[in-house]
Design a protein around this ligand. Structure first.
Ligand code: 5RP
Length: 234
């Protein structure tokens, strides 16, 4: 499981605190990544102690972990709604004075299409992060999941928008990264992103784009773990 950046203790603090927000009877979106893994493990322990929850995983990885720790699973089309989603992020805008506060870049694990679906469906979406993820302005590459046939034409359109696309792991001997949905990922460097909402709209309009990793206006709170506690940003 990816653990790049941030301490494991901080990730654990954030994940375990978020798991405390899960109530009896909840349907819970189970995000992807090393921080959310701590939440999934904590929910699994609560299930052992009698908590009645159903989880909706956002990736093969989170599904495997949820099965391992004994969380009963369900699907989006089998429930009336999702009470809470807990998910990680690669970058989070932490600047209460700007309209972009709480905007995210996700998709470091190539799971952002299903993550966005589940996180957006939730009544409450809580981001779990360590301090290394916080920023004044998003400036990491934006992961863009594309239909395999579309990767070159989408790359051209991304360049027209001022981005520099790289097919994820194109140089790997066994081929580029393939998502759980059978698609490819372009990591698109735009430099500092002044207007994430506008870029999100432009990326979504490109034919062949399945989903991108800009999450704007979706998060309700960010739980920022430190080595010895958690700060909740809303
Ligand atoms: C996967 C994601 C992850 O939530 C994101 O990469 C953060 O992962 P981690 O908690 O391991 O740092 O978006 O697609």
């Amino acid at each position: 499981m990816k653990t790049a950046g941030g301490s494991d203790a901080a990730k654990r603090q954030a994940g375990e605190r978020a798991a405390e927000a899960v109530e009896d009877g909840f349907v819970v979106g189970l995000g992807t990544g090393s921080t959310t893994a701590y939440a999934i493990e904590a929910i699994g322990r609560a299930v052992d102690d009698g908590l009645d929850v159903r989880g909706i995983p956002t990736s093969f990885q989170s599904r495997q972990l949820a099965l391992e720790v004994g969380i009963p699973l369900t699907d989006l089309d089998a429930v009336d709604g999702v009470d809470l989603a807990i998910d990680g992020a690669d970058q989070v805008v932490d600047d209460a004075d700007t309209a972009t506060d709480g905007a995210l870049i996700k998709g470091g694990g190539a799971a952002h299409a299903r993550e966005k679906l589940v996180d957006a469906a939730a009544d409450r979406f809580v981001v779990v992060a360590d301090p290394s993820k916080l920023t004044d302005r998003l400036d990491r590459s934006v992961p863009v999941e594309v239909l395999p046939d579309a990767h070159t034409v989408v790359a051209d359109r991304v360049r027209e928008l001022g981005g520099e696309p790289t097919l994820r792991d194109a140089e790997r001997k066994d081929g580029p990264v393939v998502t759980d949905n059978g698609n490819l990922v372009l990591d698109c460097a735009f430099g500092p992103i002044g207007d994430p909402d506008d870029l999100a709209t432009r990326l979504s309009r490109i034919p062949g784009v399945v989903e991108h990793g800009l999450f704007v206006g979706l998060a309700d709170a960010t739980y920022v773990g430190t080595d010895d506690g958690v700060e909740v940003r809303t």
